[in-house]
Design a protein around this ligand. Sequence first.
Ligand SMILES: [Zn+2]
Length: 115
Amino acid sequence: MQQTPIRIAEILLGLKDVNLIGVEDPADEGSKAPLRVHIECRGERPKCPVCNGMSYSKGTTSLVELYDLQSFGRPVRLIWHKRRWECRDGNCSSPSWSDVDTSALCHKFPTISLQ
Ligand SMILES: [Zn+2]
């Protein structure tokens, strides 16, 4: 039996390498809108794609909504908080870049960009 909260969330969501940020339940306000589950990719800090140096987070810069999911028969929207990264090596020409799809999120579900 899994007892680690992160692993429990991964099992319930059917996804790996994600952190559960939070859940919005519209039913609390009487709405029948889908449950909204906010996640971000977990994993090692990416290397700069140009110089292979250390990258630095610029925070969350875009939200991607994944839909057509269900949880215990209830419709769910997955809100993926994509992080943006940058290289701070003054001699490197790399522009900033977003989280890559480490868990095949975008290939698994239809998506729409929210920001
Ligand atoms: Zn670089």
